[in-house]
Design a protein around this ligand. Structure first.
Ligand code: ATP
Length: 442
């Protein structure tokens, strides 16, 4: 399967089955903004729950936080986002499109008469490159004036830094400890998309781990190991995961070390999570800009210091896309193409489809009762319309690992057919046991 067609097929499956829709589609859509439909919201929630379980629930040394999207504007001066969160851009005066200055499709030097717009093809219409801040601005209060400017946060991390002492004191944690948060972030990204890979509104799953200076390299290595392990535990093809180390100019000014976890998408190896050793840059800057002491008093060592920070920063949407891409496959079955999302059962949005074989002989009644019972235990879907084969195929596309069918034998022998998504094999299981049977396999 050619790689571009794979993305096209995935986008169309996502719409058809209700994973992801274009934002404001009836108005022609909004650039690089997407909405999650019934299956998408369930899949992304499973990703976030799994992250939260691994990072917060399953550990004694990490606390959760949900900081507001809007923050004091000085936060973004201290963080460096007001001054530095910029990309050089060029505009086309003719067609009004905007491009990154380094867009490989641009021929010639922007600002010069020979430069050609990659969209409308006009020569000499491209402006010189100008710096453009990626933060979305809005106004707080009734007056739209510069003093009232606030930003939609471009990352969740700053909410953690400015709350670090609050969390430390209220939770009675001691360094080393971490704070984790899942939340929306906004960036006025220029390079469009690849579906939900790069969007203007997205969700981050970030954790900042506060450590004693000097112990940061070992903590950094530990976190690298744990985070790669987590991505593998999602069932991703291990051959499609790799490390990318930031060196030279790629390394942000605040970072002492940075590695990305990359996945091999159809459009190339791309970052899904960054692990950064940020030293004391962030707390140092917030201490300077706020005038408040942010030092930690280490009782055991009887010394004060600004903790160093090891950050793990993943995108919930990117991880969701990674799962979809990794799970998508097509098979030829009896001359027909079967599309399957081979998601791990624990991540699948729907765990079981419940079907009456036919819409008569009391089967719908029995199947409905079973469905109502099972959905108390895990996410189920009831479907009685169309041939049973077609109903199985719809569930294959949704990534549903089990199909449970009520048939003639159910009525006589009290058993149902359980059909497995991956092998298409069927077996008979007692109707009273089928809930347990599915749960054991999640
Ligand atoms: P990129 O180089 O891809 O723009 P970045 O290095 O700016 O990413 P970070 O600031 O380190 O990314 O953000 C951490 C994580 O947040 C990324 O690994 C990614 O999963 C997610 N992320 C960042 N920007 C976006 C976006 N525009 N859309 C979706 N997810 C994003």
């Amino acid at each position: 399967m050619a790689d571009t067609t794979l993305m096209d097929k995935l986008v169309s499956l996502c719409k058809r089955r209700g994973f992801v829709f274009q934002s404001s589609e009836i108005y022609g859509g909004l650039g690089s903004v997407w909405d999650y439909g019934p299956l998408g919201v369930a899949l992304k929630k499973n990703v976030k729950d799994r992250w939260w379980n691994a990072m917060v629930q399953g550990r004694d040394d990490i606390e959760g936080l949900d900081a507001a999207i809007l923050m004091h504007p000085k936060v973004w001066e201290a963080s460096g986002h007001v001054a530095g969160f910029t990309d050089p851009l060029v505009d086309c005066r003719q067609c009004k499109n905007r491009f990154r200055a380094d867009d490989p499709r641009i021929k010639g030097t922007p600002g010069q008469p020979d430069a050609q717009c990659p969209v409308c093809g006009t020569r000499g219409s491209l402006t010189e490159a100008r710096l453009f801040n990626l933060m979305f601005k809005t106004f707080m209060g009734p007056v739209e004036e510069s003093a009232a400017v606030v930003y939609l946060r471009p990352e969740t991390a700053q909410g953690i830094y400015v709350n670090y002492l609050n969390v430390l004191q209220s939770s009675r944690q001691r360094v080393p400890f971490g704070i984790a948060q899942i939340g929306k972030a906004f960036r006025n990204e220029i390079t469009p998309g690849n579906f939900i890979f790069r969007t203007r509104e997205f969700e981050q799953m970030e954790m900042q781990f506060f450590v004693q200076p000097g112990t940061d390299p070992e903590w950094f290595e530990r976190w690298r190991g744990w985070r790669m392990e987590w991505h593998r535990s999602l069932g991703l093809d291990p051959a499609k995961l790799q490390w990318h180390q930031h060196t030279g100019s790629e390394l942000a000014h605040y970072a002492r070390a940075a590695f990305d976890i990359q996945y091999q998408f159809p459009f190339g190896w791309q970052e899904i999570e960054g692990i950064h050793n940020r030293g004391d840059f962030d707390l140092g800057r917030h201490q300077e800009y706020s005038g408040k002491k942010l030092e930690y008093f280490d009782q055991a060592q009887n010394q004060r210091y600004l903790p160093f920070i090891v950050e793990t920063s993943a995108g919930a949407d990117r991880v969701t896309l990674t799962l979809l891409v990794d799970a998508y496959r097509e098979e030829q079955v009896e001359g027909e193409t079967r599309v399957v999302l081979g998601l791990l059962p624990s991540l699948a949005p729907i765990k079981a489809g419940v079907f009456p074989l036919v819409k008569k002989d009391g089967m719908p009644e029995v199947a409905t009762t079973l469905y109502h019972d099972l959905r108390k235990q895990f996410a189920c879907f009831y479907d009685e319309s169309g041939a049973i084969g077609r109903r199985y195929r719809r569930m294959d596309e949704a990534g549903t690992p089990f199909g449970i069918t009520v048939d003639g034998e159910t009525l006589s022998a009290g058993t149902v057919t359980v059909r497995h998504r991956d092998t298409m094999q069927q077996e008979r299981v007692g109707m009273d046991r089928v809930g347990e049977y599915v749960k054991e396999r999640l």
